[in-house]
Design a protein around this ligand. Structure first.
Ligand code: NAD
Length: 257
């Protein structure tokens, strides 16, 4: 580990950190999937530049203006469903397969980690994989949800049981996070001696607090994003650049560690 100080920005340093950890976990965000063609929220060409997702993808808008909500959400379902995992997802799955990542927590709702072969993904912001009714708790498949939206004059899918507008399994701004997933994420962070953050600006609480938990518990931080995060000063390994390149090089470096 003595060489970390001079290599703290290299894939080799990350490989070393992961191979020496006893309980490393990863937290991923939207930057993980930009190389698959899904824009993140806060980069220069991110979704935020065109529309404020905090407003249009919010519980408030869903309740009061369901048609506006679904005008934003319906094309996103097609966009998010039609993409493939990239080399960053593949590398994370490989790190899991080698036993070097004990838990994988994602803020992403695109299911690309699972498509790349990752298992037991903790999806703290929900997932596109289903539809649900906030009023009577009825559930639908994603296919049923899309068919209902496309079959409705106003583009708003409605519940067969109670008639209320349906939502997808994606957590909206202003909505509570799924309790089982957030509990699993906190438990993983409590046990972790290393947390690897990939592609998150760490702006969205409470998930953004996980690195602080690990740091305060004496664990170490590795951060891989193109942009800045509030934890850059305390990171033990700080990688910048494309997640796909950096993580592929990390996997390659592991064999040499
Ligand atoms: P964010 O947009 O706030 O931050 C993304 C970070 O990733 C930035 O620091 C950016 O510089 C970096 N980045 C972008 N492309 C990168 C790349 N190829 N390699 C390395 N770094 C890269 O994202 P966030 O922190 O995840 O917060 C956005 C919220 O919106 C999340 O809650 C998430 O659920 C949701 N979201 C999800 C998706 C998705 O599922 N793919 C897409 C957009 C937004």
């Amino acid at each position: 580990m003595g060489s970390l100080a001079v290599m703290a920005g290299s894939p080799k340093a990350l490989a070393e950190l992961l191979s020496e950890a006893e309980h490393a976990i990863a937290l991923t965000g939207a930057g993980m999937s930009t190389e698959s063609g899904i824009p993140d929220f806060r980069s220069a060409d991110g979704v935020w530049q065109k529309v404020d997702p905090m407003e249009v993808a919010s519980l408030q808008t869903f309740i009061t203006e369901p048609q506006r909500f679904w005008q934003f959400h319906r094309p996103r379902i097609d966009m998010l469903s039609g993409v493939d995992p990239n080399s960053a997802h593949v590398a994370i799955a490989e790190l899991q397969r080698r036993g070097l990542l004990r838990s994988l927590i994602t803020q992403n709702i695109d299911r690309l980690h699972s498509k790349a072969g990752s298992t037991d993904v903790i999806e703290v912001h929900g997932s596109l994989s289903r539809g649900e009714c906030l009023q009577c708790k009825a559930m639908t498949t994603l296919g049923e949800l899309v068919a209902k939206a496309d079959g409705a004059d106003d583009g708003v899918p409605r519940c067969d049981d109670c008639g209320f507008q349906l939502k997808s399994g994606v957590v909206m701004f202003g909505e509570s996070l799924p309790p089982a997933e957030i509990t699993a994420a906190y438990e993983a962070a409590e046990r972790a001696d290393v947390i690897l953050v990939v592609g998150s600006s760490l702006q969205v609480a409470p998930v953004s607090e996980l690195p602080a938990m690990v740091h305060q518990g004496g664990g170490r931080l590795a951060i891989l994003t193109e942009g800045d995060t509030p934890y850059d000063e305390v990171a033990d390994v700080r990688l910048r650049g494309k997640a796909g390149v950096q993580l592929s090089e990390t996997v390659a470096a592991l064999d040499a560690v």
